[in-house]
Design a protein around this ligand. Structure first.
Ligand code: ADP
Ligand code: MG
Length: 451
């Protein structure tokens, strides 16, 4: 799918062409002389495909996989039935799950564990999801994932499903939003297009893994809740895996029917929190890698420092910067992506008067980054000068940029008592009187903390 996606974008090929010519192709063999042989379903179009698409395919395979190759075609009829089956098995296991399977299951192939960055905010949810993906129906049932918007619930759910399908392509998986579930049920009740509630029930009760996203939207819709309750029971009784997401944990969903709530609590509930600075950095770097961007570290840090609420906004910021750089120079080359461009791109998102509140945590992160240390090192008990000085600077900045009491600053900065903090602040204050470069450093740090 990635290769086809790349090819489609790169050469601007229409959907219908992709569906007609490219999607039906299957890999037949990959030979050492770097020839990829593809199976063409219909002999009549062999010549056309060769002429029109073989170069594009070769280039795309090269770009996506790094595998330089030529592309050749064979016609399906010419291959022995047996061989075909064997190849399909290999494909299922090694390469990818077919596009239609993914589509039918409602899955986005991009959302996988490989593209999911694990941080302190989501490590439990990640671990539970992986466990369920490895042993569906066997351990946590249901798995209930909750957290605010844009924090990765949907991504995790797709990751579970994609993982299961990859290991066992015959698993019947269904990912639905609770909205879709509701609408389908409504259609069934109204018998729209002859779709009946019997069919609806058969459909949802015959699957192996049901993922239902944003369950909060069926709350209060009585008939949907009722139907979901029965679906849940049928699947759970049959030891089929159920995965649910919501913006809140079951106990906090006020209007949730008691019997549903208790069902949800049978399994495991895990939450996803807002990502910390390190995780935001890691997510941005991952995104950069996946999209093939090449962005200055300063810019990445700028985004991670300023955008905190959720990951969708984080990605949005990155996309916006890249888009602006492409728009910039009318014509050939792109505008350089630097801090100024980033500030320009994000001026609506990040307000200049710093709606972003200044916390000791933020100061710690910025100071650590500036001195190429980790926050942990600053918090540690280490006494070498390379760490003590930045630590004292962090104390000084906390004192100067926030109204937080010394005791609290001490707590955040590694559980130090307030005399230690006071000593640090005095040291920096005194040094500042005759040390120009320290003054400069402090100024820069202040700007980084409060742009
Ligand atoms: P939610 O369902 O909780 O509202 P999504 O799963 O839709 O959030 O995530 C929003 C965006 O952020 C998606 O593009 C997703 O790929 C990305 N994202 C979320 N968490 C992570 C993560 N840990 N690593 C990488 N990308 C993430
Ligand atoms: Mg979601």
């Amino acid at each position: 799918p990635e290769i086809i996606h790349f090819l489609k974008n790169e050469y601007d090929i229409s959907e219908v062409s992709v569906e007609t010519w490219l999607l039906p192709l299957e890999i037949y063999s990959i030979e050492d002389e770097s020839v990829v042989k593809l199976i063409v379903p219909d002999a009549n179009f062999l010549g056309y495909l060769k002429k029109k698409y073989s170069t594009m395919l070769a280039v795309s395979i090269g770009e996506v996989t790094g595998f330089k190759c030529k592309v050749d075609f064979v016609v399906k009829d010419q291959i022995q039935e047996e061989q075909l089956k064997a190849n399909q098995l290999i494909q299922n296991n090694q390469l990818m799950v077919s596009q239609t399977t993914l589509q039918e299951a409602g899955l986005n192939p991009k959302y996988t564990f490989d593209t999911f960055v694990v941080g302190a905010n989501n490590s439990l949810a990640h671990a539970a999801s992986l466990a369920v993906a490895e042993s569906p129906g066997e351990i946590y049932n249901p798995l209930f994932i909750y957290g605010g918007v844009g924090l990765g619930k949907t991504h995790l759910m797709h990751s579970i499903a994609n993982f299961i399908l990859k290991n066992n392509p015959n698993t019947k998986i269904m990912y639905v939003t609770s909205e879709k579930f509701t609408n389908e049920l409504i259609d069934a009740i109204r018998n729209k297009n002859n779709y009946s509630t019997t069919e609806f029930r058969e459909k949802y009760r015959s699957i192996d893994v049901l993922l239902i996203d944003d369950i909060q939207f069926i709350i209060g819709k009585e008939s949907t809740q009722e139907e979901f309750f029965h679906t849940f029971n049928a699947l759970h009784d049959a030891k089929k895996q159920i995965i649910i997401s919501s913006d809140k944990p079951p106990r906090e969903i006020e209007t949730l029917e008691e019997r549903l709530r208790s069902r949800f609590e049978w399994g495991l509930s895990v939450d996803i929190q807002s990502p910390d600075y390190e995780t935001r950095m890691a997510i941005l770097r991952k995104k950069e890698e996946l999209e093939g961007y090449n962005i200055d570290n300063e810019v990445i840090k700028y985004i991670a420092t300023n955008i905190k609420s959720n990951i969708r906004e984080l990605e949005g910021a990155l996309t916006k910067i890249v888009a602006l750089s492409k728009l910039g120079n009318n014509g050939s080359s792109n505008k350089e992506i630097n801090l100024a461009l980033a500030e320009e791109a994000l001026k609506d998102i990040i307000s200049p008067d710093g709606v972003q509140s200044i916390t000791p945590e933020l100061i710690l992160q910025v100071v650590a980054d500036h001195f190429d240390l980790t926050p942990q090192e600053i918090l540690s008990q280490k006494r070498n000068k390379e760490i003590v000085y930045p630590r004292q600077i962090a104390m000084y900045l906390c004192r100067n940029m926030t109204a937080i009491p010394l005791q609290v600053i001490g707590k955040v900065l590694g559980g130090r008592d307030h005399t230690t903090i006071l000593h640090g602040i005095e040291k920096i204050t005194k040094d500042l009187q005759n040390n120009q470069s320290l003054q400069n450093t402090i100024d820069i740090l202040k700007k980084k903390i409060h742009p």
